[in-house]
Design a binder for this molecule. Structure first.
Ligand code: ZN
Length: 136
């Protein structure tokens, strides 16, 4: 063993293995005892558990409920429905057009809310799995 090997720079060398509980950012698999850099054995995601350059590692504060987007969707959808409904009888193209724009904005927010909600649900599954692993 050389002098250098006797003083390993733990965590920087992918040869060394993870000595604490960190979890895959995609599926929540416990990466304990695996190399610091590698591929999750369960889902195949590439990860890097080095503290200085973490990637693909689950972080507790990663995802929040998309409250702002959900609210944006509600407000735009409400105005769209209101404007379009009052513009029909008698027909007022100005209000109708603005109503359509509001509707389009509402749709954008709906899509964003949906995507973030999916992400949030996935996050909850991983967090639950991690809590279970920590108990065992
Ligand atoms: Zn994984």
């Amino acid at each position: 063993m050389t002098e250098e090997e006797g003083h390993p720079r733990r965590g920087l060398d992918p040869e060394f293995t993870i000595t604490h509980a960190v979890y895959c950012g995609r599926c929540g698999y416990c990466l304990y005892s695996l190399p610091y850099r590698g591929i999750c054995p369960e889902c195949g995601q590439e990860y890097n558990a080095n503290a200085v350059e973490m990637k693909g590692i689950f972080k507790q504060d990663d995802v929040e409920l998309p409250v702002g987007d959900g609210l944006g969707f509600c407000v735009f959808a409400m105005f769209a429905i209101l404007l379009i409904s009052v513009s029909i009888e008698p027909f007022e193209s100005g209000k109708f057009f603005i109503g359509l724009i509001m509707g389009a904005m509402g749709l954008v927010f709906a899509v964003r809310t949906y995507a973030r909600l999916q992400e949030f649900i996935r996050f909850q599954h991983i967090a639950k799995r991690i809590r279970k692993q920590e108990r065992d």
